[in-house]
Write a new protein. Structure first.
Ligand SMILES: [Fe+2]
Ligand SMILES: [Fe+2]
Length: 196
């Protein structure tokens, strides 16, 4: 497959990812307990809408349509965000989970834009590079702002009193079971490493 086709595929993935975030970010903004975090998610939602528009312009330059590929990676990350929103925690400790989920989305997007910008550079598509770089810069700034806001929230959470163990939900039990399977599947590979 020629590089241009790979680029179009990757960009369709990004377009799907950004659209999924337009739907998910309001939930994070609504769920966040802290005002600063709420404000960051709301501001990034507006940026994300602009990113969708920029991607549409990219597809116009490429003479292709933006739909055609669903981003499974972002679906999974959004699902993890939902888990964080369902956590039975209060205040800063609750927000810590949202920060982890939000940073994952930003870094996933950063990787996507870095890869597509490199491809567009190889193909010498300056207009595409410029538009994607604007999106990349917004994602990097968003990640930096979330990281900066996280500091005081983590400190506050570390000072909260410890709570007793709560019973696990069905979803949490399933997740714990799957994590043991992950460990089991990795065991032969890890054993090889130890003996080599
Ligand atoms: Fe984005
Ligand atoms: Fe983002």
């Amino acid at each position: 497959m020629p590089l241009k086709d790979v680029l179009v595929d990757e960009l369709r993935d990004m377009y799907s990812a950004e659209n999924q975030l337009v739907k998910a970010l309001p939930k994070l903004a609504k769920g966040a307990k802290g005002a600063k975090l709420k404000e960051l998610f709301t501001a990034h939602l507006e940026e994300t809408k602009g990113q969708v528009e920029r991607l549409k312009q990219v597809f116009e330059h490429l003479g292709e349509k933006p739909t055609g590929q669903h981003c499974n990676g972002m679906e999974g990350i959004v699902e993890e965000g939902k888990d964080a929103l369902e956590k039975d925690e209060e205040g800063a400790s609750f927000d810590c989970g949202l920060i982890g989920a939000a940073l994952r989305t930003e870094h996933y997007e950063i990787a996507g834009y870095q890869a597509t910008i490199s491809m567009a550079k190889t193909l010498g598509m300056q207009d595409v590079i410029d538009l994607l770089t604007e999106n990349l810069n917004e994602e990097m700034a968003a990640a930096a702002k979330i990281t900066a806001a996280a500091g005081p929230i983590f400190t506050q959470s570390s000072e909260e009193p410890e709570k007793g163990q709560k019973p696990k939900s069905g979803k949490e039990k399933y997740s714990a079971q799957k994590s043991r399977e992950d460990e089991k599947k990795a065991a032969p590979g890890l054993k090889k490493r130890a003996s080599s």
